[in-house]
Design a binder for this molecule. Structure first.
Ligand code: ADP
Length: 245
């Protein structure tokens, strides 16, 4: 059995990593905003943090894709925009997030992945957090432009189980085939080159300026270099930052 070497706020650090049992008493509510361009690893980091912190990942991209997949009313409104790499209307996204944050599993905190992305979304979120009396920590994943392009253009997905691969950094055992399902991997609609350009343009013009907004609002904001290190190394840096008093 792994030796317990250190006790932290939301879990226990053991030789083999963190155990997944959160300790509600010692854990103050945490609103963690993972911020960064497409391809910066927000989804990957969220999944690692969920295990450690015991709070849910709230990914607006995943929520919107689920609405599309299920053919729900919201899905039909947003599908074309998502395929084109254009941001969905603030009202739509804000409502989804508001409903999600009201769920019981978000009562002790949450990890926001891909939200907020516009000034109007950031203002709505800050209003919701103020109403709860919660502070936010913003982790800004900083990634070189060329690394982003390589990650997004090389990304492949299993159409059956959703597992993501990358042609260079995380290839499947057999080229073009899912390790788990044996299905032929596909390129996500919005990972096509012209759409990638549009997503990056939306980030530069509408999302990046929020860094200044977070600063003005006095939010704790940390830049983390996520270009060159492994996801696990980036995760360990984030861990240290969010546990700072
Ligand atoms: P990425 O961060 O790699 O672009 P996401 O899965 O977060 O991927 O988002 C996919 C698409 O979903 C976006 O291009 C956009 O159309 C839509 N979307 C996701 N989150 C938001 C948001 N907060 N506001 C507006 N549109 C969003």
């Amino acid at each position: 059995m792994a030796r317990k070497s250190q006790v932290k706020n939301g879990g226990v650090l053991t030789d083999s990593g963190y155990d997944q049992t959160p300790n509600p008493k010692s854990q103050a509510p945490l609103a963690l905003i993972l911020f960064g361009p497409p391809g910066s690893g927000k989804g990957t980091q969220s999944k690692l943090l969920v295990k450690t912190l015991g709070i849910p990942q709230i990914s607006t991209g995943d929520m919107l894709r689920e609405h599309v997949r299920k053919g729900l009313a919201v899905g039909t409104k947003v599908e074309a925009k998502m395929k084109a790499g254009i941001l969905v209307r603030d009202e739509v996204v804000n409502r989804l997030v508001e409903e999600r944050l009201a769920q019981p599993d978000a009562a002790r905190g949450f990890i926001l992945d891909g939200y907020p992305r516009t000034r109007a979304q950031a203002e709505t979120l800050c209003g919701m957090l103020e109403a709860k009396g919660w502070d936010a920590v913003v982790i800004h994943l900083v990634v070189d432009y060329n690394v982003i392009i390589a990650r997004l253009t090389g990304r492949r997905q299993c159409p059956v189980c959703g597992t993501l691969y990358n042609e260079t950094s995380k290839p499947p055992k057999v080229a073009g085939v899912c390790d788990l399902e044996g299905a032929a991997l596909i390129v996500r609609d919005d990972d096509r080159e012209e759409v990638i350009r549009q997503r990056l343009e939306a980030y530069e013009s509408q999302t990046r300026p929020l860094i200044e907004y977070f600063r003005e609002k006095g939010k704790r904001l940390y830049d983390v270099d996520a270009s060159h290190e492994t996801p696990e190394a980036v995760f360990r840096k984030i861990e240290v930052l969010i546990r700072k008093p």
